[in-house]
Ligand binder design. Structure first.
Ligand code: MIC
Ligand code: SF4
Length: 647
């Protein structure tokens, strides 16, 4: 029987299990990537596992998130990461080189390979025909040590593209259309595979915009075939040798199929505060804009920014708008400089930002109170910009550029006289890998640098016989990892769990951390009660690690997103789902909760557990949908203990 692209790559890398959806399978990981905000913890865990050399084909450590360096913390992290890379055989991408996903696509991505990254937008690599997935840092550490990656065999959803994008409609609008169709909920365990005649009309950076932001749907990853367009991109990057053709067999089957006609898509926007809150740009036309931010791993390619430059040329940024442009990589910046684009940006009055995550993660460029901010990145969760009252709209680079000049949102399809500049892909990219530092030829001589910001990864204890706890917090639907573990100004504590833990749920319930720590110290277990789609968004394992440090033992929710659920298990927190979602109402914050026989259930493989609400005298049945391996990890109190025990 024929295979689709997903099945072909999985099959080539299968270590155990099968491809029947829902089954656990393990695959070999060819390439890994980390970024600094999750990387320090990943490498601390790599060291704690007693690993002494990376064993996979390629490991790259990027520095792109924490590049602001107010105080010593970020710079301490960079030194630690550089010395670890030199010692253990990892390529180190210096701060200033660019954003991990953009760089990986340019310099390392290869069709048919598997890539595991400690960042939820690792699926960007799907744009070049890789099976590229986000995971917690500890899973990436295991893969660097040569261990397999475990996942649920996915359901493959075919997204059949026909037609061709018209002027002013871009890849961003395609993925916003996909988000409108699938939303951010209910896609756990799926992979989006793009196919159809529309595929060849999209460049690799355009495909990468689509696979990047597929992360917002909560899918395992998204993937495009590898074709002549992919080959041309790799040739232009001087890496044609890694190209191979990869397409679905004619008789391949899928679990679901959806068609999208590219010619029918109109400019779209994600309105506050969710990437699936999709409206047309036409419906927003006339809205006054205070800030415009162009960049992030979703839309910062040369093609994106050159389009922006052409729209801005011969104009000035509106007096009441602050326009920031952050190129995705040094390659993009150099090429813009080389053909006069940087001069245009400066002459129109744009603020040239560092080629890094920057504004996207909210550690700089926070908008004013109540401001409207138009952004080309992928997430507009409440408060992510660093300003809780700001309203962030996600749009394509051309829509952002027009608004920067005119001071308001404009629907280009309804505005006469606007000429859309179609930018062709360059035949050759500027190549300069001098900010990619190769590992040391003499690893034994390398001393790992540990400044005061580098803490030890905290250890958990084995799972107790029973949970004797309290519903320490009850939250609603779509709680993102940004709600659980804020980034922005708190990002500098990523390598210091005791310090970072003080900010768990900071913007949702500022007293949570203190309350939880108090209960933990009084010998109680903390339980988090969540709604639908708990743990959306980032792969940051700190959203599990810091709650673990505060004594959280169970998360009970209506549904839990894939990466977060895996992270909870990795840190010994039991994720369970309400058997009957209406029972969510039967648990109230502050209630005393008991779960008897939880250890025994993990040992016997029993899925069903009962939460006894002592305060209200009711019982709530829940299910723990875990594989045998995950139950063993929970019993051990997390993956670090589990790998030690199984050595
Ligand atoms: C994000 O976009 O939210 C991040 C910051 O890149 C995260 C990783 C992190 O929290 O460090 C992600 O997407 O996984
Ligand atoms: Fe960086 Fe933003 Fe991309 Fe996350 S989404 S990797 S913060 S640019």
């Amino acid at each position: 029987m024929g295979m689709n692209v997903t099945q072909k790559i999985l099959n080539d890398h299968l270590v155990s299990g099968g491809l029947t959806p829902g089954q656990e399978l393990a695959i070999r990981i060819d390439q890994t990537l980390t970024q600094d905000a999750t990387g320090t913890m990943a490498y601390l865990q790599f060291e704690a596992m007693g690993l002494d050399r990376v064993k996979n084909e390629l490991a790259v450590s990027y520095v792109d998130h924490n590049t602001i360096q107010v105080g010593f913390e970020n710079a301490d992290d960079h030194q630690y990461l550089q010395s670890v890379a030199a010692k253990y055989g990892i390529i180190y991408s210096k701060p200033g080189n660019g954003i991990c996903h953009q760089l990986h696509l340019e310099r390392f991505g290869a069709p048919g390979k598997t890539l595991l990254g400690s960042d939820s937008h690792t699926p960007t690599g799907g744009g070049i025909g890789m099976l590229a997935m986000g995971a917690g840092g500890i899973d990436v550490a295991v893969a660097m040590g040569g261990g397999a990656f475990y996942l649920t065999a996915p359901k493959v959803v075919k997204i059949h593209l026909t037609g061709r994008l018209r002027a002013w409609v871009t890849a961003k609008d395609v993925i916003l259309k996909v988000l409108q169709t699938f939303t951010t909920k209910g896609n756990v365990g799926c992979i989006f595979e793009y196919a159809g005649p529309g595929v060849e009309t999209l460049s690799v950076p355009e495909r990468a915009t689509i696979t990047n932001m597929g992360a917002e749907c909560g899918v395992t990853t998204s993937v495009f075939p590898s074709d002549d367009v992919t080959r041309a991109f790799l040739d232009a990057q001087g890496r044609g040798g890694v190209w191979r053709e990869l397409k679905a067999d004619a008789d391949a089957t899928y679990d679901r199929e959806v068609s999208i006609n590219l010619s029918k898509i109109v400019p779209l926007a994600a309105a506050p505060h969710s990437p699936d809150n999709i409206v047309t740009v036409a419906s927003l036309a006339g809205m006054k804009v205070d800030q415009v931010m162009i960049g992030s791993c979703t839309n910062s390619s040369f093609q994106d920014l050159k389009t922006v430059v052409k729209i801005l040329k011969d104009h000035k940024v509106h007096p009441e708008v602050s326009l920031g442009v952050a190129p995705g990589s040094r390659q993009v910046l150099e090429m813009l400089a080389g053909d006069g684009g940087v001069s245009v940006l400066l002459s129109v009055g744009a603020r040239l930002l560092e080629n890094a995550c920057g504004f996207c993660i909210g550690n700089s460029q926070s908008p004013a109170t109540d401001a409207v901010s138009l952004r080309t990145n992928n997430r507009n969760f409440e408060g992510r910009t660093g300003t809780k009252s700001a309203k962030a709209y996600l749009v394509s680079p051309p829509i952002a550029a027009l608004a920067a000049i005119l001071g308001r949102i404009v629907d280009p399809l309804a505005t006469a006289g606007l000429k859309y500049p179609r930018v062709k892909m360059p035949k050759v990219f500027d190549l300069d890998d001098s900010m990619l530092i190769q590992p040391s030829a003499d690893p034994k001589s390398v001393v790992i640098v540990r400044g005061p910001n580098i803490g030890e990864p905290p250890r958990n204890v084995a799972l107790p016989e029973a949970i004797q706890g309290v519903a320490t917090i009850k939250v609603g639907d779509k709680i993102t990892t940004d709600h659980i573990m804020p980034a922005g100004a708190r990002l500098k504590y990523r390598s210091n769990v005791p310090a970072y833990s003080k900010y768990v749920f900071e913007n949702t319930d500022p007293e949570f951390a203190q309350r939880a720590a108090g209960l933990r110290d009084a010998g109680k277990h903390n339980v988090i009660v969540g709604g639908e789609s708990y743990g959306q968004g980032s792969s940051r394992e700190h959203a599990a690690l810091c709650p673990m440090y505060l004594g959280v033992k169970v998360v009970v929710a209506k549904s839990i997103e894939r990466i977060h659920s895996a992270n909870l298990v990795n840190f010994g927190i039991l994720p369970v789902l309400f058997e009957n979602p209406a029972d969510y109402e039967r648990l109230v914050q502050g209630d005393e909760l008991v779960v008897e026989g939880v250890r025994a259930a993990m040992k016997n493989g029993a899925e069903r557990l009962v939460i006894r609400n002592v305060t209200r005298g009711v019982e709530v049945p829940v299910t723990a949908q875990l594989t045998a391996r995950q139950r063993a990890i929970i019993l051990a109190g997390g993956l670090l203990n589990f790998t030690r025990e199984s050595k």
